[in-house]
Design a protein around this ligand. Structure first.
Ligand SMILES: Nc1ncnc2c1ncn2[C@@H]1O[C@H](COP(=O)(O)OP(=O)(O)OP(=O)(O)O)[C@@H](O)[C@H]1O
Ligand SMILES: [Mg+2]
Length: 284
C-alpha cells in the first residue's frame, strides 16, 4: 500500500507596485534555494515580462508549441494550472547542456498577461482567479512562490488573496520604504473584503535587495537596513547585497546557486531562506 503524504504548501507572494524592486530575482533564487533544501517548489510567473520564466530557461514561453501558460489558465475555463507547469531549467530551453532543476517547477508566464487586467475587469469573481487555479494542485508542493507584476492591480490582488504570506521586495531608500505603506494597505483591504473567501495573507517580510556595500555606491549596507528596521523591526529579512552576478546569472538563464554557488548574493538568499523558517529536508 502506498501512503500519500499530503503536503500543505506555504504560499508566498513577492510583491511591490514599484517596478524593478527585485521580485523576480528573489522568486527565482529563493525558489532554487528551497528546491535545493529538498522541498518541492512551484513558482508561478504572473508577470507579462516573464522574467521568472526567462531566468528558469524559458526565453519565449509563448512560442513553445501546444504549451499552456498562465494566460491560458486565466482565460480558458477548461485549462488547469497543472497544464502550464514545466520543470525549471538551468540554462536555455533546448540547449544541449541545459539541465532540469530537481524539485523546482514553474507555471510559465506569458506576454499576453498584459491583457490580464482587461480580461479580469469583466470576469465574475475576478479577485479569486489565482486562488481557484491553485486549489487543485496545492497538495503537490511544499512551497508556492508567486512572482507579481509591479502594480497593485487585479492580478496582484488575486495573488495576495491566494497567499498566506506577502514578502515585499525593495531596493533601499526612503522613497522605496514609504511605498511599502501602499502594499500594507492593499493586503489589509484584501483581508477585510475577502476574508469570507479565505483571504488571510499577512506581510511577513521586507526583503532589501541590491544593497550597496561600499560608500562609493551611495548609502552603505547598514544605512538602508537601519532605516527599514526602524519602521518594520523583525519583519526585515537578511538583505541581499549588490552583485554583478545577479544580472549575469539572469542573462545565462541560470539560478545563482548554479551560476555562482559560493558567491555573496547566493549566500544572502540562503540566509533569507533560513530566516523565513525553511530548513533542509532530511527525511526524504
Ligand atoms: N542584489 C542585486 N544586485 C544587483 N542587481 C540586482 C540585485 N537584485 C536585483 N537586481 C537587478 O535589478 C533589476 C530589477 O530586478 P527584478 O527584475 O528582480 O525586479 P522586479 O521587481 O521583478 O521588476 P519588475 O517589477 O519589472 O518585474 C534587474 O536588472 C536585476 O538584475
Ligand atoms: Mg519582475
Amino acid at each position: 500500500m502506498t501512503i500519500q503524504v499530503e503536503r500543505i504548501p506555504r504560499i508566498i507572494a513577492l510583491a511591490n507596485q514599484v517596478g524593478g524592486s527585485g521580485k523576480s530575482t528573489s522568486v527565482v533564487n529563493l525558489g532554487a534555494q528551497l528546491a535545493d533544501f529538498g522541498l518541492r517548489v512551484l513558482i508561478i510567473d504572473a508577470d507579462d515580462q516573464c522574467d521568472a520564466s526567462v531566468a528558469l530557461g524559458y526565453e519565449y514561453p509563448d512560442q513553445i508549441v501546444d504549451q499552456k501558460t498562465i494566460y491560458h489558465c486565466l482565460t480558458e475555463k477548461s485549462t488547469k494550472l497543472s497544464e502550464a507547469i514545466v520543470p525549471a531549467l538551468c540554462g536555455p530551453f533546448g540547449a544541449e547542456d541545459t539541465k532540469i532543476i530537481e524539485n523546482l517547477f514553474l507555471v510559465l508566464g506569458s506576454g499576453e498577461m498584459e491583457n490580464a487586467e482587461q480580461h479580469l475587469t469583466t470576469t465574475m469573481g475576478r479577485e479569486l482567479w489565482l486562488q481557484n487555479l491553485i486549489e487543485p494542485i496545492k497538495g503537490d508542493y511544499d512551497v508556492i512562490l508567486l512572482d507579481c507584476p509591479g502594480s497593485l492591480g487585479l492580478v496582484v490582488i488575486g495573488a495576495i488573496l491566494a497567499s498566506d504570506e506577502v514578502v515585499a521586495c525593495i531596493k533601499p531608500g526612503y522613497k522605496e520604504l514609504r511605498g511599502l505603506t501602499r502594499i500594507e494597505q492593499k493586503i489589509e483591504m484584501v483581508r477585510d473584503t475577502f476574508g469570507a473567501n479565505g483571504a488571510h495573507a499577512e506581510l511577513t517580510g521586507i526583503l532589501l535587495v541590491d544593497v550597496p556595500t561600499h560608500r562609493s555606491q551611495g548609502a552603505v549596507w547598514d544605512d538602508g537596513k537601519k532605516m527599514a528596521q526602524e519602521t518594520y523591526g523583525d519583519l526585515v529579512l537578511p538583505a541581499v547585497r549588490r552583485s554583478t552576478k545577479i544580472p549575469e546569472s539572469y542573462a545565462h538563464q541560470k539560478a545563482l546557486l548554479y551560476f555562482d554557488r559560493a558567491g555573496e548574493a547566493t549566500a544572502d538568499y540562503l540566509a533569507v531562506a533560513k530566516r523565513m523558517g525553511f530548513k533542509r529536508r532530511t527525511n526524504r
